[in-house]
Design a protein around this ligand. Structure first.
Ligand SMILES: NC(=O)c1ccc[n+]([C@@H]2O[C@H](COP(=O)([O-])OP(=O)(O)OC[C@H]3O[C@@H](n4cnc5c(N)ncnc54)[C@H](O)[C@@H]3O)[C@@H](O)[C@H]2O)c1
Length: 290
């Protein structure tokens, strides 16, 4: 049986690269994004057209991928995981939903289970940024959006997706993955709410790992450094920088990361190869946190 993932924030940036990479590795993917601007945030989010384009590209790479790209048909314990790649039906499905909406997220999980027979990985990638002023000057609505999306959205996905991961028969290899940030461990001025939310994601990841003891489902996170996506462009604007490129020199790699480089870590964490890891918050940051 082809493995099944749900990815939030799928319409662009790190989420889109993750959807494409998972599909190339032989996964079915339910690609979720808000697909609309947020009235509380001053920069554009992704559109329905962005999400549909990612789903079409990912479907094409899924269809083109050799059958050998499909993960091995046995678990680490040697038990069968099922049959062949799904011959018909969508390889990757785009769904517009807001990570703050528990009913919409539960419906997305149910959709994946109905379409492909279950869920093996849930990846909380959606995120927003706001700030640029000291916390006490930040509009309350912006602070609320950052906390509700960057932390609340991960909590919501965990609540609706982990029961689905646990519905897979034992022995299972479920994966709950979240995107935190170097901001989870560094105090970044003018981004206090964002830092608080991302530190919350790291704490949540550790606690879930312990709660999932012995189930075969693991919880891990990655903490990206400065990655060339629209969120980084907005961060540059908030700091009054000419461009996101100005962040490059903060990282020992001395360049911005590409979304595909962060996605590569997520895709590996989603795979059976990460079976020894749980509760880890992995820096994928070009050394930014050093
Ligand atoms: N780019 C970086 O430098 C960087 C660094 C550290 C962490 N991150 C994190 O990586 C993740 C991905 O961000 P990105 O860099 O790809 O930025 P991005 O802005 O390109 O992508 C974020 C995606 O999330 C979607 N989204 C926003 N609010 C949503 C909501 N309420 N419901 C559903 N979808 C929503 C957006 O439409 C967009 O498609 C975020 O969690 C971000 O905080 C990014």
């Amino acid at each position: 049986m082809t493995q099944v993932a749900l990815v939030t924030g799928a319409a662009r940036g790190i989420g889109a690269a993750t959807v494409r990479g998972l599909a190339a590795a032989g996964w079915h993917v339910l690609a979720v994004d808000r697909c609309a601007d947020d009235p509380d945030l001053p920069y554009p989010l992704a559109t329905r057209a962005d999400l549909d384009r990612v789903a079409a590209e990912a479907s094409a790479v899924f269809r083109a991928a050799p059958a050998s790209a499909t993960p091995p048909a046995t678990t680490a314990a040697g038990a069968p995981r099922g049959g062949d790649r799904t011959p018909d039906g969508p390889a990757v499905l785009a769904v517009a939903a807001d990570v703050r909406d528990p009913d919409a997220m539960a419906a997305a999980v149910a959709h994946a289970e109905l379409l492909w027979g279950g869920l093996d990985a849930a990846l909380a990638v959606a995120g927003v940024i706001a700030g640029g002023v000291p916390l006490w000057e930040m509009p309350a609505a912006q602070q609320q959006a950052v906390i509700d999306i960057d932390l609340g959205g991960v909590l919501t996905l965990a609540r609706v997706a982990i029961p689905a991961l646990l519905r897979r028969p034992e022995p299972r290899q479920g994966r709950f993955l979240a995107v935190a940030s170097a901001a989870a461990t560094r105090g970044l001025p003018m981004l206090a709410a964002y830092c608080a939310a991302k530190a919350g994601v790291a704490g949540l990841t550790r606690a879930l790992a312990v709660e999932l003891r012995g189930t075969g489902v693991t919880a891990n996170a990655v903490s990206p450094g400065s990655t060339d996506t629209p969120i980084l462009a907005e961060s540059a604007r908030l700091y009054g920088l000419a461009s996101a490129q100005d962040f490059a020199s903060q990282q020992p790699l001395d360049r911005l990361l590409r979304p595909e480089e962060v996605a590569a870590a997520l895709i590996w964490l989603a795979s059976e190869a990460s079976s020894a890891m749980t509760g880890a918050v992995v820096p994928v940051d070009g050394g930014l946190a050093l």
